[in-house]
Each structure stands twice: as C-alpha cells, then as structure tokens.
Design a protein around this ligand. Structure first.
Ligand SMILES: NC(=O)c1ccc[n+]([C@@H]2O[C@H](COP(=O)([O-])OP(=O)(O)OC[C@H]3O[C@@H](n4cnc5c(N)ncnc54)[C@H](O)[C@@H]3O)[C@@H](O)[C@H]2O)c1
Length: 372
C-alpha cells in the first residue's frame, strides 16, 4: 500500500499541533532538524501556543487553534499531532481528509476502534499517517536485534520496568496509568524485536499498598506472540530503588543464547559472537522525525505506519481487558469488537466503505509489514 510522497529537496514545512510538554519538545526538534522547518504551532489554548512559540525562540511564528486552517494559511506540507490522545482521531482525520500527511504521537488514538478508523482514512486519502513510537529509535535496541539474529529461534522476551516518578496531574488519577500511558512503549519494542504481532495475553494489574497513584500502577502481562514466542512485561510505576531505565531492562532468550540490554547502553550477548553494527536510527523523536521525512521525500516505508502501529495499542487494550476480566484475552477478539465499534461510529462514508472492504482486520493491518 503506497502513500503520496512530496517532491522537492528543501526542508519539509511542518505545523506542530498541541503545545503541551511533549508538543514543545516536538517544536524544538522540528526547529533544529536540517530537513524540517517549523512554520506554525496550533493549540486550542492560544496562551499555550504563544508560550511554546516564545520557548522555541520564534515569538512571531504563525499560531492558531485549528491545525488544518493553520496548515493552509502557512502552506505547510504536513502536521505533527502532539495533542492529548482523545484529540488524536479528530485532528488526524481532519488533516488526512484535507490532504495533509500526519506524524502523530503515541498512542495512535484513544481506542483501537479509532485507530482502525484512522488506518482506513489513511487508505482512503492515500496520505501517510505514521505514529511516532519514540522508544524504537535507539541504536542499542537495534543492536540488540542484530545480536539476536545469530542466536536462532527466540522463545522469551522479558522486560522489567520499575520506576518511581511523581508526575502529579492526570496520571495520578487515571485507571491503569502504567498500562495505558507507559507500557505501550515496551509492547511496541517487543513487536519490533520479534518482528511479530500479538496473539493473546494474560495480565494482572494491581496497586502496591504504598502506591501514590489512584489507579493500578503495577502489572504483569504474558503475551503469546505470532510464531510462539512469549513476551513477558513486569513493571511498576511506584518502585523506588534500583530503578530501571525508561526503556526497561531486557532479557531475550533464544535457542542458542541470550541477549541482555539495560535499555541504555550496549546490549550484551552470551555467547558473545560478533555482530554487524546496526545502523543508527536516530534518537527518540528526532529519529522518528527523520524517518517521516525520508518516507515523504523518498517513499521509504517507515516504522510506525498506522496499520502496523494499531497492534501496539491492541496489546494495551487486550491487557487491560484481561486484567479486568481475570482471563486470557485473544487479540483477534479485541480487533473484531473494535472493528464493529468503528463501523458503527464512523461518520465519513468513504472511510466506512474502506473498512467494509477489509477481508479481516488482521489482514487489513498486515497489508504493510514493518521494515526489518
Ligand atoms: N513519546 C513519549 O515519550 C511521550 C512522552 C510524553 C507524552 N507523549 C504523548 O504526547 C501527547 C501529548 O502529551 P503531553 O504530555 O504534551 O500532553 P499535554 O496535556 O501537556 O498537552 C496537550 C496539548 O494539546 C492541546 N490540545 C488538545 N486538543 C487539541 C486540539 N483538538 N487541537 C489543538 N490542540 C489540542 C491541549 O490544549 C494541550 O496544550 C500524548 O499523546 C502523549 O501520550 C509521548
């Protein structure tokens, strides 16, 4: 499935939508990259947009409340959607339908159903919608995958994630803060390491007695992945002492050996056989921005295209359902129910027609495999 590219070799002109903490980080990254130009910032709050423009040293930058209107006014090539998850679907849909490619923050949308609608909107319009899953952009993660390549079949991917951040704000009040706001990163990294999508999950969520979160801040999830490997996520967001990195601490067990990665430094392998150095994918959002530009300029298939990325959110929904229902949940059931919900709520007739023509949700999502 192809997407429209944008000819030219000057910097790609981008509007950043959403001027919160992460939107400001994006605005700086777009400003600093050689092949992009920040041409506007949109936010429902004009004060937030103004403050972000000041912060990036561009007080005269074009600002607005509506991303599409601002993109038209500034002649932008594409938008970067860094709004809250609930706004991902409306903002990205409007942009795609207006002929603008979108680079969006994770999660793809507030629900898998909305993610399916966005995949169909991208198909209908022929525009690229890529989800920035920033933790994929780390050279050591790519090196860990390289080191695994020589060790035979991979059977177990296990990650420990133990941290104790005091965020304040919405994360302290929401249900399932760890699974909904954080674990999607490790789930997505496991899909990357295995080149495999999830089949089912058993998950338990709980809140340690001393937790400062209202919702469950700890979880253990065991996923069966395509091909039979298991992915085990074990984590807590209220565990001071010997904290792991933000990427987590990984042990990957294969037929002929093991790869260990602390989430930051060089991964180790036992046996310690030589592996070709992995290409540098760039670091975090700067890496995904570079990938987005390469896709739009040269037609290179990016990681995180909406069709593939929906599976990372499906892992989150399957895990929370498993925890609340106390049983193993098949990811196909989550996809099927989400598909029914997406068809029932879709407002755009063309987008609905695209979804109706899908042979099955899983087939539709795997139309495009991620680059290896
Ligand atoms: N990749 C990462 O490591 C990482 C880290 C933090 C946040 N994020 C993601 O980035 C996104 C934003 O997070 P944040 O912490 O900056 O949130 P935030 O609440 O600080 O900021 C969101 C901003 O979006 C604006 N907004 C909401 N709806 C809008 C709309 N329809 N049009 C224009 N603006 C709108 C709000 O006014 C607000 O200023 C979320 O999806 C979050 O999951 C990713």
């Amino acid at each position: 499935m192809s997407f429209r590219t944008i000819a030219g070799d000057g910097p790609l002109r981008l509007v950043v939508v959403g001027a919160g903490g992460m939107g400001r980080a994006w605005a700086r990254t777009v400003r600093d990259a050689e092949d992009t130009e920040l041409v506007g910032i949109a936010d429902l709050s004009s004060a937030a947009a103004e403050a972000a423009a000041e912060e990036v040293g561009a007080p005269g930058l074009a600002l607005g409340a509506d991303a599409v209107e601002l993109a038209r006014r500034t002649g932008a090539d594409a938008i970067v959607n860094v709004t809250v998850p609930e706004a991902h679907h409306p903002v990205t849909t409007a942009a795609l339908l207006a002929g603008l490619p979108v680079l969006g923050e994770k999660p793809v949308a507030a629900s898998v159903a909305e993610g399916l609608s966005l995949a169909a909107a991208a198909e209908h319009t022929g525009q690229l919608f890529m989800v920035s899953q920033s933790r994929r952009y780390h050279r050591s993660l790519h090196q860990a995958k390289r080191r695994l390549a020589g060790l035979g079949a991979v059977g177990i991917v296990a990650v420990d994630f133990f941290k104790a951040p005091r965020f304040g704000g919405f994360r302290d009040e929401m249900a399932s803060p760890l699974l909904l706001d954080m674990a999607i990163h490790q789930f997505d990294m496991a899909r990357f390491l295995l080149d495999a999508d999830p089949v089912s999950v058993s998950c338990e969520e709980y809140n340690p007695a001393w937790s400062w979160y209202a919702g469950d801040a700890a979880a253990t999830a065991v996923f069966a992945m395509e091909g039979g490997a298991r992915f085990v996520f074990n984590g807590s967001w209220c565990s001071p002492g010997f904290e792991t990195s933000w990427n987590g601490s990984w042990r990957i067990s294969a037929e002929r050996g093991t790869v260990l990665w602390d989430g930051e430094g060089e991964p180790g392998a036992d046996p310690d056989e030589a592996a070709e150095p992995a290409d540098d994918p760039g670091r975090e959002i700067a890496g995904s921005l570079r990938e987005f530009v390469a896709a739009l300029r040269r037609g290179r298939e990016p990681m995180g295209r909406v069709h593939a990325n929906v599976m990372s959110l499906a892992m989150v929904e399957a895990a929370t359902q498993s925890a609340s229902q106390g049983r193993r949940v098949a990811v196909d059931d989550v996809l099927d129910r989400s598909y029914d919900a997406a068809l029932a709520t879709e407002r755009d007739a063309d987008v609905r027609a695209v979804m109706k023509a899908w042979p099955s949700v899983r087939d539709a999502l795997s139309l495009k495999k991620e680059p290896q």
